[in-house]
Design a protein around this ligand. Structure first.
Ligand code: PGA
Length: 256
C-alpha cells in the first residue's frame, strides 16, 4: 500500500445530513472550496465517512476518500440490517470506521469488534479503529483500559496488514463537546498506544500504523493536535458536517 499523505483528515458525518440532495450540496460546495485552494492542498485532502446509502453517490462527486461508519454481519451468519465489507467495496467505499463509541454504545461486543477489524483489514480497507476511555482518573487506569481495549480489538488482526490500520484515539468524554482534550492529554495517550503496538507486534509493524485524535475538534484547535498532540491526523464529527467548517479545518491543518 502507498504511504498515506499526512495529515489524515477524516470527517464523520454520523447520521447527517437528512437527504441525499443535501449531502450532494455539501460535497459540491466543499469541492469548490478545495479546488480554489489548489495547489496548497494535495489531490485528496480529506476522507469522509458518510451514511452507507450515500457512498456511491458521494464517491462520484468527491475528490476525497469515502468510507463507511461501521461494518456488519461478521461471524454471525445471516444478519438482517448489516452491510458486509464486500458489499461496501462494491459500493465504492475506500475505508471503514470500526468500534466508534456510538456504535459500541448500541451494543457492539468485543468479539464482534475483533472480527470487524480483521475482516475489514482482510478486505484491504483502510481501517480506522476507534478507541477511547469514558472517563479519566488520577491514577492513570484509563491508560491500562486503552491498552487492553487495543489488544483485544486487534486479537484477530493479521500484522502483515497493519499498513491498512489507523487508530483513532477518541476520548468519549470529548466527543460531541465544544472543547476537545488538550494536546498534552492526547500526546500522553499517543505514546502509550505506540508502546502497546510495539509490544503487540514489534516495531516494524507498529510503525506502519497512523494515529489520529478525535473528539470536539473545531477549526481553531485542529492544527495544534498535529503540532503538539503527536498525531498524524484527526477524526472530525460535527465540524465536518458543514462544507465551510470542514474546509476551514482542512485549510488550517495544511497551513504552515
Ligand atoms: P465530534 O465527533 O468531532 O463531533 O466530537 C467526533 C466523532 O464522533 O468521531
Amino acid at each position: 500500500m502507498n504511504k498515506r499523505t499526512l495529515p489524515i483528515l477524516i470527517g464523520n458525518w454520523k447520521s447527517t445530513p437528512d437527504t441525499l440532495q443535501n449531502a450532494i450540496k455539501i460535497v459540491k460546495l466543499l469541492e469548490k472550496k478545495v479546488l480554489s485552494a489548489h495547489p496548497k492542498l494535495p489531490k485528496k485532502p480529506y476522507y469522509l465517512a458518510v451514511p452507507e446509502i450515500f457512498i456511491p453517490h458521494i464517491k462520484e462527486i468527491s475528490s476525497g476518500f469515502i468510507g463507511s461508519q461501521n461494518i456488519g454481519g461478521i461471524s454471525l451468519g445471516q444478519t438482517t440490517g448489516a452491510t458486509i465489507p464486500s458489499q461496501l467495496l462494491t459500493g465504492g467505499a475506500d475505508f471503514t470506521l470500526v468500534g466508534h463509541s456510538e456504535v459500541r454504545k448500541r451494543g457492539e461486543s468485543e468479539e464482534e469488534r475483533m472480527h470487524k477489524v480483521a475482516l475489514s483489514l482482510q478486505s484491504k480497507f483502510t481501517t480506522v479503529l476507534c478507541i477511547g476511555e469514558s472517563k479519566r482518573d488520577k491514577e492513570g487506569k484509563y491508560l491500562s483500559f486503552l491498552e487492553e481495549d487495543l489488544k483485544e480489538s486487534l486479537t484477530l488482526a493479521p500484522k502483515n496488514l497493519f499498513d491498512y490500520l489507523i487508530i483513532a484515539y477518541e476520548p468519549v468524554w470529548a466527543i460531541g463537546q465544544s472543547v476537545p482534550a488538550t494536546p498534552q492529554e492526547c500526546f500522553e495517550v499517543v505514546i502509550s498506544i505506540r508502546r502497546s503496538l510495539v509490544s503487540l507486534v514489534g516495531m516494524d509493524y507498529a510503525k506502519k500504523v497512523n494515529i489520529l485524535y478525535g473528539g470536539g475538534v473545531h477549526k481553531d484547535d485542529a492544527k495544534i493536535f498535529l503540532d503538539e498532540g503527536g498525531v498524524d491526523g484527526l477524526l472530525i464529527g460535527q465540524a465536518s458536517q458543514d462544507a465551510t467548517s470542514f474546509f476551514e479545518v482542512i485549510k488550517n491543518c495544511y497551513s504552515k
